[in-house]
Design a binder for this molecule. Sequence first.
Ligand code: FA5
Length: 337
Amino acid sequence: LEKEALQKVEEAISLKELQDVRVAYLGKKGPITEVLRGMGKLSKEERPVIGELANKVRGQIADAIDSKKADIEAEELEKQLAEETIDVTLPGRPVPTGGPHLLTSIVEEIEDLFIGMGFEVREGPEVETDYYNFEALNLPKGHPARDMQDSFYITEDILLRTHTSPVQARTMNMIQGERPVKMICPGKVYRRDTDDATHSHQFTQIEGLYVDKNVRMSDLKGVLDRFAKQMFGEERQIRLRPSFFPFTEPSVEMDISCKMCNGEGCSVCKKTGWIEILGAGLVHARVLEMAGYDPKVYSGFAFGMGPERIAMLKYGVDDIRHFYTNDIRFLKQYHQA
Ligand code: FA5
């Protein structure tokens, strides 16, 4: 019996099999328990001999099971460790990382450029009152120039701002003529424009405003020229064309020489050699006055540019809709490492 049991223990290759052996030989219904149970029937002389023998056999089988159990456990641990080994020399799986959107980068680049010229950065609300979006900018109700910017009205007096110019009026109003202002304001604007390659119903503008004593047209031209050359390269030319905005007098639009054809005329610049990127002018006396600045003491210039158009020019993007459709293949091209 002992030999047979030890043989079974030896053959067991899993903890389950070993447990089965333990139950079979040492369990309540096993042969040794049976022998011990039958002790009562034995004679006085036989009892200690058989008892000792049975206990010895039981002890040996139990020891063999315990030592085999330790072997199997060690073996299993070994196996598990081998299976779970990590090869630290394998190349890692790349984790895709995001990056700033091209539009965010260009706005930040423009901000840095103007901060370098002493402008501070301000913000204003996208949901704006009719007063700040139009009236404070010399565009009273019924003024025909309101049609230049088709609007999304929320109520009769509240709308999505059509440009960032209301931030001019808000900033000046806050300071009430007490000191000069030199600020830019980037932000989203909304117009009921039909979307095409160069127009979007929601786009970005960056407003600029400089009000001080003796600010002149030449100051505006100098700042815009610096901006264009730093943004697009020293060889680029700027051109100011007379224009009209009710909140500036005189008003201009600024064109930049086309990079694609070097001013020769191509499809990108609609064969003119120039591309319009912003509107600007000297702040209208009425606007200064309404915001608490004395136009006899103060003068100023303002501009409003479209960073999408600037990014298109700088990076050769052929359709403004690329900025908003979020095709990862487009966006990835502009991620800096
Ligand atoms: C204005 O919005 C004036 N507030 C700009 C201004 C500010 C003039 C301060 C004088 C003083 P305009 O509507 O032209 O002007 O727009 C300014 C720029 O925004 C344009 O030159 C163009 O770059 C961009 N822009 C205009 N409409 C759209 C559009 N639908 N989609 C994308 N960009 C546009």
